[in-house]
Design a protein around this ligand. Structure first.
Ligand code: CTP
Length: 408
């Protein structure tokens, strides 16, 4: 999930209008709550036709606001609601609500709260193609952004009418990402820096249909690439064969299969790099020869001769000049000792130790737990958290411990 770890503790007030895209709101709210944001929801009357207040209440773990007064005639204080929020989001924002927001209309709780809001307001329009393209709608969107509201643009695609064009509400992941970027303080931490990252496994071919590989998912390296791009770095990701990932469009991806291809791509990019982080699980051995045809099942046993692959990290350690070099160590025993040994042998500035003995750490999961060890002997443990949060911790540690220290 490509959402930055910056929504924790944030108070998000969501205004839901009556459009078909309202069916995506439970998913959006779950994403935000998973990131530990607090979410409150106001619905317009028309929104009830598309999603139930009960659903939104269950996923937000809060009561849902529908009207100026409750069923037992208590006032729903729109000013307090607006003051509670760190940010307000109107999603889906229908043509009708956009028009009322643009002209100061105030005939429901959502609009009264919007008018009272001093916090930043985001809006994600959703409507059919022709409604979206109508000059009135476009004018209203312009007016709303000119008042300082933040537009989360509609996407192009198939619409409820069957027409294809612009008007679909942005996907929940895109909306969550826009909000997390807004709260992200580290936007410029690596501005002007070129960061090279390797990720994923490598496959070493035995014959045209078989290979030697490993279980690396590439998730840790991809999280590092995405977070580094969000921190302003120019990122090159050399990625081994994995299932598809959500990769930030600002990241330059070089896809490779074998250790030899990863070696070429990485050493080529290294010359123009400021910081290299090698998170890939590179095969240490490959078949001496690749059989040109599929090997037939003719004998009871089959012996493959394996030869060492080139150690990419060690080779960068030998050739490095001004670059900072960070490796990963995946260990199952004598973890700290082995990791420190690799740091010295491969001439690194720091190493990230992954212990497979720690629960929730390692290859395929969404969480990780690591220790960041510097060449100066500092050991900084990062407790179990999402791989995105670990990526943020690692990059901040690189900035604090390596970049600032060496004033590079
Ligand atoms: N690495 C590399 N090229 C290789 C092997 C490893 O660049 N051919 C890098 C990995 O990306 C990682 C680091 O070296 O950053 C350590 O990898 P790891 O597998 O833990 O260690 P190895 O050096 O392979 O040693 P061993 O397998 O004996 O523990």
């Amino acid at each position: 999930m490509n959402i930055l770890p910056s929504l924790k503790g944030k108070k998000i007030l969501i205004g839901v209008c009556g459009g078909i895209a309202a069916y995506k709101l439970p998913h959006l709210i779950r994403l935000l709550v998973k990131e530990q944001a607090s979410v409150k929801v106001i619905m317009t009357q028309a929104a009830h036709d598309f999603v139930t207040p009960l659903t939104l209440s269950v996923v937000s773990k809060e009561k849902v606001y529908n009207d100026f007064k409750t069923s037992d005639a208590q006032w729903n204080n729109h000013v307090e609601l607006a003051q509670w929020a760190d940010v307000m989001l109107i999603a889906p924002a229908t043509a009708n609500t956009l028009a009322k927001m643009a002209t100061g209309g105030c005939d429901n709780l959502l609009l009264a709260t919007y008018l009272s809001a001093k916090c930043p307001v985001f809006f994600a329009p959703a409507m059919d193609l022709d409604m979206y393209e109508h000059p009135t709608t476009l004018h209203n969107i312009d007016l709303l952004t000119s008042y300082g509201n933040h537009l989360i643009p509609s996407e192009h695609g198939e619409l409820a009418s069957g027409l294809v064009g612009k008007g679909r509400m942005a996907e929940p992941e895109t909306i969550a990402r826009a909000l997390s970027e807004f709260f992200w303080k580290e936007k410029h931490l690596f501005q002007g820096k070129k960061i090279l990252i390797t990720a994923g496994p490598t496959y070493e071919m035995i014959d045209p249909v078989r290979f030697i590989g490993n279980f690396s998912s590439g998730k840790m390296g991809v999280a590092l690439a995405n977070v580094a791009a969000s921190m302003g770095a120019e990122v090159t990701l050399v990625l081994g064969p994995t299932t598809p990932h959500e990769i930030d469009p600002r990241v330059r991806v070089v896809s490779v299969v074998s250790a030899a291809q990863m070696y070429v791509a990485t050493t080529t990019a290294f010359t123009h790099t400021d910081i290299a982080i090698l998170a890939a699980a590179v095969a240490d051995y490959k078949p001496q020869e690749q059989a040109p045809e599929k090997i037939k099942k003719k004998t009871d046993t089959l012996t493959l001769t394996l030869v060492k692959t080139q150690d990419i990290l060690a080779s960068l350690g030998k050739s490095k000049q001004q670059q900072l070099l960070v490796g990963f160590a995946l260990e199952t025993e004598n973890e700290l000792e082995n990791a420190r040994g690799k740091l010295v042998r491969k001439n690194l500035d720091a190493i990230v130790l992954n212990s497979l003995r720690d629960k929730g750490a390692g290859f395929s999961g969404d969480t990780n737990q690591v220790t960041f060890i510097t060449a100066q002997g500092k050991e900084i443990p990062f407790p179990l958290q999402s791989k995105t949060s670990i990526a943020e911790e690692i990059l901040k540690a690189i900035h604090e411990q390596l970049l600032r220290e060496t004033k590079k």
